[in-house]
Design a protein around this ligand. Structure first.
Ligand code: MG
Length: 171
């Protein structure tokens, strides 16, 4: 049985990951309306990945005989006036999720829950990649976003992104 504090944080993380999926779906929705289908594709794949993350936390808890309580998922309430607002909200959100993962790690560390720490290692690395991706998007948009032709090319590049299942698999 997992420590109460650790299991509560893991349970909250399921909700946070599902909220992330919902937020990225809303970002995809924004770009769909803009006619930028490549950007919409990129954020739709982000949403899929977030659902995968939620399921990994869910599976980890089930595998450790830890009761899961599902709560309401908040409404994505960010207002996007322009493309860059979406990209910046993406980075801000990933930084928030990184801090959340680190909080769980810290709680697991305090009670010498090595199994949970090892499980979280994958997420610590993943969050580093998510933040890099979000920063790259901002850099590209700063460089190319104001020129319609370049924006078109960037949109084509993002349209090519394909979904792949997470490398972490819990049976
Ligand atoms: Mg995630």
């Amino acid at each position: 049985m997992l420590n109460k504090k650790v299991s509560d944080l893991l349970n909250d993380q399921i909700n946070k990951e599902l909220y992330s999926a919902y937020l990225y779906l809303d970002m995809s929705n924004y770009f769909e309306r803009r006619g930028l289908n490549g950007f919409a594709n990129w954020y739709m794949i982000q949403a899929q990945e977030e659902r995968d993350h939620a399921m990994l936390f869910y599976r980890y808890m089930q595998n450790n005989d830890c009761p899961v309580t599902l709560g309401a998922i908040a409404k994505p309430d960010k207002v996007f006036k322009e493309d860059m607002d979406v990209l910046k909200a993406g980075l801000e959100h990933e930084e928030y999720v990184t801090a959340s993962i680190h909080t769980i790690y810290d709680a697991a560390n305090k009670v010498k829950d090595f199994r949970t720490m090892q499980f979280l290692d994958w997420f610590v690395k993943e969050q580093g990649e998510e933040e890099t991706n979000a920063r790259d998007m901002i850099s590209k948009m700063e460089l190319f976003g104001s020129d319609p032709r370049s924006l078109y090319m960037l949109n084509q590049e993002l349209a090519a992104r394909a979904y792949s299942a997470p490398s972490l698999v819990l049976d």
